[in-house]
Design a protein. Structure first.
Length: 258
């Protein structure tokens, strides 16, 4: 095919094909935007990965490993992993998001991510202070999850809410799916006395008059993959990365045990 081409064009075609091959052998990993982005990139640096400090860029190539980070919305990452037409075959996001996406409570591999050591994020269920006071006045006790029956609950995790209520045999709860500002929904929907949300320090919950009933699930940062879509080269890259993750976790475990 190259017989009729000048030497320089043959060289250029060869160079382009080599560059294309190298680019195709890089593993794209989705990482969440916002607060988690900084934390995940900090973990990557701690594992020895080198990359330019991102500004507004959503594409972050790693210099010393054939990996490219792609910054996406945390809640979108599971759908890109599942999509056969997506170039994203590996992603990092919260375990709560993976559970809500139907991938299970313990999907993927946990990353050695400390976040804020003072506050471990968790899913919680709560009720408004007004409703809690009513239960105490009428029943002479503190409210429980069973008191949600016959009322409404706001959450951005409707699947998890359904499973939570089902496991505790709480029925007749209207689940209002909302994207955010969960604690404000008591002022939006009639009889919306319940919330299921993520809590860290608890300051937002307290400021908005929500009483915590139960923390029922510790949220971790996890890496997932579409194993059936990975090429042999991508699998090798991912295995190397998992080894780095394992080493980092062992180091953190050793430090915490001192």
């Amino acid at each position: 095919m190259y017989d009729s081409l000048p030497v320089w064009e043959v060289f250029l075609c060869f160079k382009i094909s080599i560059i294309g091959k190298i680019m195709s052998e890089r593993l794209k990993i989705a990482i969440p935007n916002g607060q988690l982005e900084e934390g995940v990139l900090g973990v990557a640096r701690g594992m020895g990965l080198e990359f330019q400090e991102p500004g507004r860029e959503y594409f972050i190539p790693v210099r010393n490993m054939p990996i490219d980070f792609v910054v996406l919305r945390a809640s979108d990452i599971p759908s890109f992993i599942k999509d056969d037409t997506s170039r994203i075959k590996t992603g990092i996001t919260g375990s709560d998001i993976l559970w809500e996406a139907g991938m299970g409570r313990s999907a993927g591999q946990e990353l050695p991510y400390n976040g804020n050591p003072e506050f471990q994020p968790a899913l919680f269920v709560g009720v408004t202070e007004e409703f809690a006071a009513r239960i105490q006045q009428e029943a002479g006790r503190d409210p429980s999850p069973q008191d949600l029956s016959g009322h409404a609950m706001a959450t951005k995790f409707p699947r998890i809410a359904g499973e939570y209520l089902g496991e505790r045999a709480v029925s007749s709860v209207r689940i209002n799916p909302v994207a955010g500002k969960i604690e404000a929904m008591q002022h939006v929907y009639w009889d919306c006395i319940g919330v299921l949300d993520v809590v860290e320090s608890g300051k937002t919950r307290e400021a908005n008059g929500i009483r915590e009933l139960e923390r029922f699930y510790e949220v971790t940062v996890r890496m997932i993959e579409a194993a059936d879509r990975l090429t042999p080269s991508e699998k090798g890259i991912l295995e190397d990365l998992k080894e780095k993750i394992w080493i980092k976790r062992q180091e953190l475990t050793a430090v915490m045990s001192v």
